[in-house]
Design a protein around this ligand. Structure first.
Ligand SMILES: Cc1cc2nc3c(=O)[nH]c(=O)nc-3n(C[C@H](O)[C@H](O)[C@H](O)COP(=O)(O)OP(=O)(O)OC[C@H]3O[C@@H](n4cnc5c(N)ncnc54)[C@H](O)[C@@H]3O)c2cc1C
Length: 353
């Protein structure tokens, strides 16, 4: 019988957790090492699961498949905090909204054009409604930290180890990466997965690999729990909102967060005032907190997934990691364990830069 592959995963955000979960389900010997449980960008995410506008068809298809992979994962992990609540979108000039609806309908996305009265029937607490919105019933959201923690806990139940620590470099054996060096010791591995979000940049640099990544900040406001005011995701003009299962309204001027500006407190207060102005019967709605997350965004906007150009080192870094996590976990674990390339990942290699 072949020995179990030893894999060290650096990172416990939604991407590291998903890769670790998929590996552990396939009997790999998995160690996850991270400075936290649940990630850095992940807790600050809007967490909209979508294949919405603005992407070329190949990436739309990848995202759409990821949406279905969330359903597969939910079947294996009952209780995942997913909500297939659907979305209403009108944050595009009318001709672009129409073009988005036409294009995505052609591609088979579940697009519906709805008018003002129907928008208000679906979201009766909106203070303003557009003449035209695009509704997509198949979109949803997930509570990403809870999902990452569930995947990690289940991976541990299947034999994975979770270690809290700071990775400072790699063990090298000739040309090969053969493990990690960390604040809590050295961990040998057949493969190391760098799912460290923005933290991947210095670690890769240490072995001469450049990861072209920007980390734009995004501010989101979070209300205190409140009565139901939103049924689904509302992607309104420069105001994207959703309500979590525990009643918190999360909002940004964009799902990727607002620019924090010079005074973050002031930006958050102005944004929250806009949320309240856009919801009726919301006098008692109160701001609980705001977050500023840094989005790990590869230079061309597409994920970086695959061998890092150095034997034994695999990278998985992306924006839209919340949408993509279950598919990335599945395909990355296939590649790591089989050592065969997955055709669906061909467009996402680091070597394209
Ligand atoms: C404001 C905002 C809104 C967003 N909205 C959406 C959205 O609506 N939909 C969507 O799909 N995506 C969205 N995203 C993007 C998505 O959240 C990210 O792509 C995803 O969370 C990245 O997850 P990750 O696991 O790769 O990284 P992270 O969550 O950043 O996790 C990185 C992990 O690496 C670990 N780490 C780093 N360096 C080291 C080290 N040296 N040693 C040990 N551990 C280390 C950290 O401890 C952490 O566990 C948004 C992001 C932000 C910030």
């Amino acid at each position: 019988m072949a020995a179990r592959k030893r894999v060290v995963v650096i990172g416990s955000g939604i991407i590291g957790a998903s890769i670790a979960w998929h590996l552990s389900r396939r009997s790999a010997d998995v160690t996850v090492i991270a400075e936290d449980i649940g990630g850095v960008a992940t807790p600050n995410s809007f967490a909209w699961i979508n294949a919405s506008w603005g992407n070329p068809e190949f990436y739309y298809r990848f995202r759409r498949r990821a949406m279905t992979e969330w359903k597969r994962l939910a079947g294996d992990l009952p209780g995942l905090p997913l909500s297939w609540c659907g979305s209403l979108c009108w944050d595009l000039p009318p001709e672009q909204l129409e073009a988005f609806a036409d294009e995505h309908s052609r591609w088979g996305y579940g697009i519906e054009r709805i008018g003002r009265a129907e928008v208000l029937r679906r979201e009766p607490y909106l203070a303003q409604a557009p003449d035209l919105a695009v509704a997509v019933a198949e979109e949803g959201a997930v509570e990403p930290v809870a999902a990452a923690r569930m995947m990690l806990a289940d991976a541990e139940a299947h034999g994975a180890r979770f270690v809290t620590g700071d990775v400072s470099g790699f063990i090298r054996r000739g040309e090969r990466i053969a493990g990690v060096v960390s604040s809590v010791g050295m961990f040998e591995a057949d493969d190391v997965v760098l799912a460290a979000g923005a933290g991947a940049i210095p670690l890769a640099e240490g072995v001469g690999i450049t990861i072209p990544l920007t980390t734009p900040p995004g501010l989101l406001v979070h209300s205190r729990p409140f009565e139901k005011r939103l049924n689904g995701l509302v992607i309104a003009t420069e105001l994207h909102m959703r309500q979590t299962a525990d009643g918190r309204i999360v909002a940004g001027s964009d799902f990727g967060g607002s620019a924090p500006g010079e005074d973050r407190q002031e930006t958050a207060a102005a944004l929250f005032a806009k949320v309240k102005a856009n919801l009726t019967d919301s006098a008692g709605l109160a701001l609980e907190t705001f977050t500023v997350g840094y989005r790990p965004t590869p230079a061309d906007g597409f994920p970086i997934i695959g061998n890092a150009g150095c034997a034994g080192l695999y990278v998985a870094i992306m924006h839209s990691g919340v949408t993509l996590a279950p598919l990335v976990g599945l395909l990355a674990s296939n590649e790591i364990l089989s050592e065969q390339p997955e055709a669906e990942l061909a467009a996402f290699r680091l070597s394209r830069f």
